[in-house]
Design a protein around this ligand. Structure first.
Ligand code: MG
Length: 157
């Protein structure tokens, strides 16, 4: 068994869709980035790469590569899962936290869990997504951005 950790931040700006866990969330702003900037899926992807000692998503999906411009981050996550499989690992479970002041995310979490479980090819009971505010403190509290943390365990098969 191995453990991986992931963390990511994206800035909230106007005229962008807000994508979290592969779900488009209705909101007046969205996350800025080269891909769809899905901060939760990036943290999870980084955690998988961490567990299998394959660097980070910046190494695998550089900003300079036009293939990933506007990319659906579920595609990035699937790529990382395929890489893990090639190296002889499968994901055991995923836990994650989105740090977001607004909008409220609770109603969207079941769909995020479903999207992640499908991309990773594991049952939904092995995927957890939490959301928290920072009580108005810091860059997430002021709504400048959204961050996400993820921990993943993988096992050799
Ligand atoms: Mg990112």
């Amino acid at each position: 068994m191995r453990v991986g950790f992931g963390y990511d931040v994206h800035r909230l700006v106007e005229d962008r869709k807000l994508m979290l866990g592969g779900v488009e969330i209705p909101f007046e702003k969205g996350l800025l980035g080269h891909s769809d900037a899905d901060v939760l899926l990036h943290a999870i992807s980084d955690a998988v790469l961490g567990a299998i000692a394959e660097g980070d998503i910046g190494k695998h999906f550089p900003d300079t590569d036009s293939r990933w411009k506007g990319a659906n981050s579920l595609v990035l996550l699937k790529y990382v899962i395929d890489l893990a499989k090639q190296k002889g690992f499968e994901v055991n479970n995923i836990d994650s936290t989105i740090v977001c002041q607004r909008p409220k995310l609770a109603g969207f979490i079941p769909q995020m869990v479903e999207n992640i479980a499908n991309a990773v090819h594991i049952p939904k009971v092995r995927v957890n997504v939490k959301a928290t505010t920072t009580e108005g403190l810091g860059f997430t509290g002021t709504g400048e951005g959204i961050s996400a943390y993820a921990v993943v365990t993988v096992r050799e098969w």
